[in-house]
Design a protein around this ligand. Structure first.
Ligand SMILES: [Zn+2]
Ligand SMILES: [Zn+2]
Length: 243
């Protein structure tokens, strides 16, 4: 499987960039994980919207789904023009009014996820674990044969997440805060905590995402490295990993 960073900013995108969005590709499946602000535009640097099969939303905060409604219009236009035949499947948490808005005529179809779901996309299997966050939010684990990738979306410290991320080949973990900001915002991790989760979960490779608009990001890297001595990097637009 191939994972491409479409956007990694927390809250709002910097110029020409995007908030959370990662493109997951395997064989002929193209799945977008989170659809934040700026993602719809940036994703088209990598795939044609005709080729997008599904979107998985970790939760309904705007920095993870702001572009979903424009994406619905795009699918509508492509289908009305007969360029695209299949609807777009949008996966999200059901116990929230926003779930219903993922249905859009026959153009997009809302599909529920919860902790018991194991969704198959070709030879990929996606499972979910609820995070510690202001509103329901899910970490997503994607497995293909002996490879595993975990995307945390937004979360505070969670022992469950350590188990859920166990031995992942790639962990894209939120690091919204510097260590010195610990406790100022609940439901988010410091870089040091992200490093600690990576170490305790024995992951191979850690990527810090959902980055803040203040301070020096290199400092996040340094703080995570104090707890984790595996491969580690900051998320970067258009960066791709092959597992
Ligand atoms: Zn959130
Ligand atoms: Zn967020």
């Amino acid at each position: 499987m191939k994972i491409t960073t479409i956007g990694y900013w927390g809250a709002y995108p910097e110029v020409n960039e995007a908030t959370s969005g990662y493109l997951l590709q395997s064989d002929d499946m193209n799945i977008l994980i989170d659809c934040g602000s700026g993602v719809l535009s940036n994703m088209q640097n990598h795939i044609d919207l005709l080729e997008l099969d599904a979107v998985i939303l970790s939760h309904y905060h705007a920095d993870h789904m702001a572009d979903i409604y424009s994406l619905q219009y795009a699918i509508r236009i492509l289908m009305d023009l007969k360029k695209r035949e299949k609807p777009l499947y949008i996966y999200g948490y059901k116990k929230d009014k926003k779930f219903e808005t993922l249905n859009y005529h026959h153009y997009t179809v809302a599909c529920p996820i919860d902790e018991n779901s194991a969704i198959k996309f070709g030879n990929l299997t996606c499972t979910f674990r609820e995070n510690v966050h202001a509103d329901p939010c899910f970490s997503i684990r994607v497995e293909k044969e002996d490879k595993a990738f975990v995307y945390t979306a937004d979360t505070g410290w969670s022992d469950e997440l350590i188990k859920f991320s166990h031995k992942a080949d790639l962990l894209i973990c939120e690091a919204s805060l510097y260590n010195e900001n610990y406790g100022i915002v609940s439901g988010h991790l410091t870089a040091g905590e992200a490093g600690k989760i990576a170490k305790m979960a024995e992951v191979r490779h850690l990527v810090l995402s959902h980055l803040p608009h203040f301070g020096e990001h290199e400092q996040l890297l340094k703080q995570a490295k104090e707890n984790f001595n595996g491969k580690i990097e900051l998320a970067q637009t258009s960066k791709t990993w092959d597992l």
